[in-house]
Write a protein that binds this ligand. Structure first.
Ligand SMILES: [Zn+2]
Length: 265
């Protein structure tokens, strides 16, 4: 059965994924992604390890799982090739992936997610979900091994990128994309720090979706800051309340002691 006859072509998610599949049909030097033959909502991808890092020369393959609400909800990324930076067979934590739906923007795409993943690889893991802290040497060995790695579905993966770029010139990164990718890497480090606060307030997915849609309607340019601000404000107001209560209790005790002293003397 062809993808066209299997899905409701009027569904925004299906339309969007069909369009992305066409846009990503030709591998670039850096990445290649394509939907599974029988499932438009699962893609397999290959990214090239970023040059001048311990991942240089490596080819990393994985799955992209798209929620039925895509693009309103972010894709999940799962790496399959051992790489020393991310655990394999585990949903990994980019601030734009499924662990952080509140920062996802519907205008972002699978291409954005892959570029972010590549940009993210050389950043310190800082204990985020699904991160590994292998030494550069261990990662270099894995990069070398990855050339012969095979996916049970797609076969040898290195070949898919090796001849790319020569066939089709890679689309240049837009200014917006490169700014976005920098923000993503940075934000994830903030997220790692934030995770240490156990009482991290959760924002309901529904609300954040509405926020995203709204924000996109108001301002189509990418801006991820407001969401973070909301969270820190919530955190701050909670601890502020505690402090205020503590200060009032202290003041009451002092006043009582003073009154007691006046009446006793
Ligand atoms: Zn595969």
């Amino acid at each position: 059965m062809s993808l066209e006859s299997k899905y409701n072509l009027k569904s925004p998610g299906v339309k969007r994924l069909m369009r992305e599949a066409v846009e990503l049909a030709n591998p670039t030097e850096e990445y290649f992604a394509t939907p599974l033959e029988d499932n438009l909502f699962e893609w397999h991808f290959t990214v090239r390890g970023p040059s001048a890092t311990e991942f240089e020369g490596g080819y990393y393959h994985g799955r992209i799982l798209l929620p039925s609400q895509y693009p309103m909800q972010p894709p999940n990324i799962i790496l399959l090739t051992p790489n020393g930076r991310f655990e394999v067979n585990k949903k990994i934590c980019l601030s734009i992936s499924g662990h952080h739906p509140e920062t996802w923007q519907p205008s972002w795409s699978i291409r954005t997610a892959l570029l972010a993943l590549i940009a993210f690889m050389p950043t310190p893991s800082a204990g985020t979900i699904g991160s590994l802290d292998y030494t550069p040497d261990e990662r270099r060995i894995l990069a070398l091994k990855s050339k012969n790695w095979e996916c049970t579905t797609c076969g040898k993966i290195a070949e898919k990128l090796e001849n790319a770029g020569k066939i089709d010139a890679q689309p240049e990164l837009t200014q917006e994309e490169s700014t976005l990718i920098k923000q993503i890497a940075l934000k994830a480090e903030e997220d790692a720090n934030r995770k240490m606060v156990s009482s991290e307030p959760k924002i309901e997915n529904v609300t954040s979706d509405e926020e995203n849609t709204l924000r996109q309607r108001i301002n189509p340019t990418v801006n991820t800051e407001p969401v973070i601000n909301v969270e820190t404000t919530v955190q701050r107001s909670n601890s502020d309340k505690l402090w205020t209560a503590a200060i009032w209790i202290l003041i009451t005790i002092i006043v009582l002691l003073i009154i007691r002293r006046i009446f006793l003397s």
